[in-house]
Design a protein around this ligand. Structure first.
Ligand code: TRP
Ligand code: ZN
Length: 866
């Protein structure tokens, strides 16, 4: 088979649909030799568009019948389209197709998983179920009838409300569901399976009762209450913060173990990766609990931002995703800990989005072209998109932002719209001019701000000059950038009146602060007010002042990260040159003060502040990365802190125990985070005593957070033999082999280990019965996590690259979406030395030149090589 030349789709080519579909009636019969889908659509010509034939999308459909208004009608079928000419201005089209969900390994469309049949239609999966205009601006009212064997598939679900159900011949049954809301096809879902259900109810602000249900694999009901609680909290939060009420009588969540992404917001019938539903203290970590809160909220929030108001076309993806991520971030911050939430968001942005924005897949949050839309469900569209929404709120204030949201729904409820429409509603409600701001939607790349400060003693004024640039942008026009600033005295006092929100709108601009009687310590980009790099020559003394005294916890944390970053980067250069790095006592002192202040500043904050910047984030700051030197430098600083602060770490480790029964509350989670961070420093001096300490924690922990932290500490021990490490890994697997999500943790702790033999371990694990190339979670845990292991994936001999190429080729046909995500591991190959580049290029070429390579992977490797 030859690869078709992949087509590039452009935003500028958008045209409205020539036909509209008012209603869709689906009859889905699950049978032994496939599933038969009869679809009846009532169609009418779009009055706003010139007459055109009806062209429907389809993929892997076996067409059994086509009729128009009850009569046969000629049609032209290709593998991916069905064309009908000479149709009346309005008509009823009926198609009957057979599909093979049991053979659907892509997990797009309708597919089989362990406990039944599930669907995933975003972005273009509906066309794998029936012939349809599979585009988000075609919105219809759906009625769905499912038929299946009653014993094997007792649960039959689709979007909306249950209308009727009954028995049929041969032990089969049926159920009809009607969704009262018009929706695009990507929000369609159905489920047929053997599932347990947890039920609850929610009373909305206006007094309607919503039936809630979470469906899971039989036997897992005891892992559902946290997700249910999260759902109810999300519903309440959206009422309080945005005045948005649930519009449905039934809200269902179904968890499935085989799923390409995190979760999907299908109207009234969310389908979730089990990873974001199932939790119990002994199997899920604090981070898992918090992620479940966030993802449950995210999908629920889509009901308004995505479903009631949807996207005109897939270029507008950030319209729903950036906004909904912003909303779930705000929910998480309100529910847990606002300070550390922001810190973690920025850590994530720098680890994933900044590299993406500097690499071959860089794109604006609203891309202008794509080959495969699935490749654009990215950190840029989601996380940078959320930063752009956050900047809008920062610029106009929370109240005007809320008014803008109200205006957005007033104008666009029930419509498929664009990013401009959203910003126009914000502008109308606030009076703010967003013309210049729109650049954030149109340009790729992370802008840089260079800052320079000048204090004039005579006039008691401080002049801050900010300049901006973005080498990845298509021109030099400036962005509008909100820069939150405050000035501090050398003793850490906040200078009164110095807290300001600056609007940087020119390429270079000066801002004057009056009545500054002493040389100030400026604190720039407080709360990370814009997703940019900041180049500022702050001194270690200034950063130490901010780390100790800045009242904005984000910038206090940031000061520590800037200090550590400079030290590690300098040490990396030293190590590369064969010298031993020397670490300043001031940094150790600052770290000691942080540890001592955990009661006042919060354990969660201190844990974040003492976590050194990650290697991937640091690598972005270097032009030619030596991953071994960088790794050695970062480890050397960890070890130095461990040596200098051993007593403090040991003391805190002993005193921070949580004696109460486990809850994932942010207070308890913070204490566990700091205590486990102490453990990770303590194991830096590998010795029998700390091995025993970690092993004891592993054995005695009554919760997964502590057990896993101990396992991770042991799995990172470099020594060739370590009895405790081997026992812990073996015991962990033996105990948890039947809990798929815990097995994922076991795989990931090995693939992310810094041990030099990690690739060999990962290779061996691909043959382990626990690994399964058909399950995305397993691939992400073992293969993609290895690809993010900077020092091991980028081994000088190219072995990591060769392994990844093999895995991509093993998977590309079976599951192109997941294979394409693996291909993204090569994004930064040009940042390394010539030897590594040669190996990476060879691996990429091997993938690119593979006959019949999937379009998803082809787009990524072509851009990487280009
Ligand atoms: N819209 C989903 C979300 O953000 C994302 C998603 C789920 C998705 N499954 C997918 C995107 C499959 C592409 C393909 O919550
Ligand atoms: Zn989403």
């Amino acid at each position: 088979m030859k690869t078709d030349t992949p087509q590039t789709i452009y935003l500028k080519d958008y045209t409205p649909p020539a036909w509209l579909v008012d209603t869709v009636d689906l009859d889905v019969s699950i049978e032994a030799d496939g599933t038969v889908v009869s679809a009846t659509q009532t169609l009418r010509r779009n009055p706003a568009v010139a007459d055109q034939p009806l062209v429907l999308d389809g993929e892997e459909l076996e067409t059994l019948a086509v009729s128009v208004d009850g009569r046969e009608h000629p049609y032209l079928a290709s593998a991916t389209s069905l064309t009908l000419n000479d149709l009346p201005a309005s008509c009823t089209l009926r198609t009957v197709v057979r599909i093979q969900p049991d053979n659907n390994t892509r997990l797009s469309g309708m597919y089989r998983s362990k406990d039944g049949y599930f669907t995933q239609c975003e972005a273009q999966g509906f066309r794998r179920i029936t012939w349809f205009m599979d585009r988000p601006d075609v919105m219809s009212t759906y009625t769905v009838t499912l038929h299946a064997d009653r014993a094997t598939f007792p649960v039959l679900l689709a979007n909306g409300n249950p209308v009727a159900s009954g028995d049929e011949a041969n032990g089969r049954h049926w159920a009809t569901w009607a969704d009262p809301f018009r929706k695009p096809a990507y929000l369609f879902a159905l489920v047929a399976g053997k599932l347990d259900v947890l039920r609850d109810t929610f009373r909305t602000a206006s007094g309607r009762e919503v039936q809630l249900a979470i469906y899971v694999e039989p036997g897992k009901l005891d892992q559902c209450p946290h997700a249910m609680a999260a759902l109810k909290k999300s519903m309440k939060w959206d009422e309080e913060r945005f005045g948005l009420e649930c519009d449905l009588d039934h809200y269902m969540i179904v968890a499935v173990g085989d799923f390409n992404m995190g979760a999907m917001e299908n109207k009234g019938l969310n389908i979730f990766n089990t990873k974001y539903v199932l939790a119990r203290p002994d199997v899920a970590t604090d981070v898992d609990f918090e992620n479940i809160d966030r993802v449950v909220a995210h999908e629920y929030f889509h009901n308004w931002t995505g479903n009631r108001v949807t996207c005109r076309d897939w270029f507008q993806l950030s319209l729903k995703e950036g906004l909904t991520v912003f909303r779930d971030q705000e929910f998480g911050a309100d529910l847990h800990n606002r300070q550390t939430a922001r810190i973690r968001e920025v850590r994530g942005l720098r680890a994933a989005q900044f590299p993406e924005d500097a690499g071959p897949m860089a794109h604006p949050i609203r891309p202008e072209s794509f080959v495969e839309i699935n490749n654009f469900y990215t950190a840029t569209v989601y996380e940078k998109g959320a930063e752009v929404i956050r900047m809008i709120q920062t610029l106009i204030g929370r109240d005007a932002f809320r008014a803008g949201m109200d205006e957005y729904f007033r104008r666009h409820d029930g419509q498929a719209v664009t990013c401009e429409d959203f910003v126009a509603a914000m502008a109308a409600a606030s009076g703010f001019d967003f013309t210049q701001f729109m650049r954030w939607y149109r340009q790729p790349g992370t802008p840089r701000i260079a800052a320079d400060g000048f204090w004039d003693a005579d006039s008691a004024s401080y002049t801050l000059t900010l300049s901006q640039s973005n080498p990845r942008a298509s021109d030099d026009a400036p962005y509008l950038i909100p820069v939150r600033v405050a000035l501090f005295a050398a003793d850490g006092r906040l200078l009164p009146g110095s807290e300001r929100l600056l609007q940087l709108s020119a390429s270079s601009q000066s801002f004057v602060f009056e009545n500054v009687a002493e040389e100030p310590v400026p604190s720039l980009l407080r709360d990370f007010s814009a997703p940019v790099y900041l180049d500022f020559d702050d001194t270690p003394e200034q950063l130490t002042v901010l780390l100790a005294h800045e009242s904005d916890p984000f910038n206090a944390w940031e000061a520590g990260q800037r200090l550590a970053t400079r030290l590690i980067l300098a040490a990396s250069t030293e190590i590369a040159a064969g010298r031993t790095p020397v670490w300043p006592a001031s940094f150790v002192d600052a770290a000691r003060q942080l540890l001592q202040s955990h009661a006042e500043r919060g354990a969660a904050f201190v844990a974040e502040a003492l976590t050194l910047p990650g290697e991937t984030t640091l690598a972005e700051l270097i032009s030619v990365v030596d991953p071994d030197a960088l790794h050695a430098a970062r480890n050397s600083l960890s070890r130095h802190l461990a040596e200098q602060l051993e007593n403090e770490f040991a003391g805190l480790y002993a005193s921070l125990t949580v004696s109460e029964a486990y809850t994932p509350s942010s207070e308890h989670a913070g204490r566990r985070a700091l205590r486990n961070l102490c453990l990770s420093y303590l194991v830096e001096f590998d010795g029998e005593a700390v091995r025993e300490l970690a092993f004891k924690q592993f054995r005695e922990a009554d919760n997964m957070t502590d057990q896993f932290a101990a396992l991770a500490a042991l799995a990172n021990i470099n020594a060739a033999d370590c009895r405790q490490r081997d026992s812990a890994l073996a015991e962990f697997y033996a105990r948890w082999q039947d809990e798929a999500l815990v097995v994922d943790k076991w795989l990931q702790v090995q693939s992310t280990s810094r041990r030099p033999d990690t690739l060999a371990t990962v290779k061996a694990l691909t043959a382990h019965p626990a690994f399964d190339l058909g399950n995305p979670n397993k691939i992400y845990a073992l293969i993609r996590a290895f690809g993010a292991n900077l020092v091991r994936f980028n081994a000088a001999d190219g072995s990591g690259y060769a392994f990844m190429a093999e895995q991509i080729l093993a998977l590309h046909d079976r599951n192109p979406q997941v294979a394409s995500r693996l291909a993204r591991c090569f994004d930064r190959w040009k940042k390394f030395d010539a030897g590594r580049q040669a190996h990476a290029q060879a691996a990429l070429r091997r993938v690119r030149d593979h006959q019949g390579l999937s379009r998803d992977v082809l787009e990524v490797v072509t851009r990487a090589l280009g």
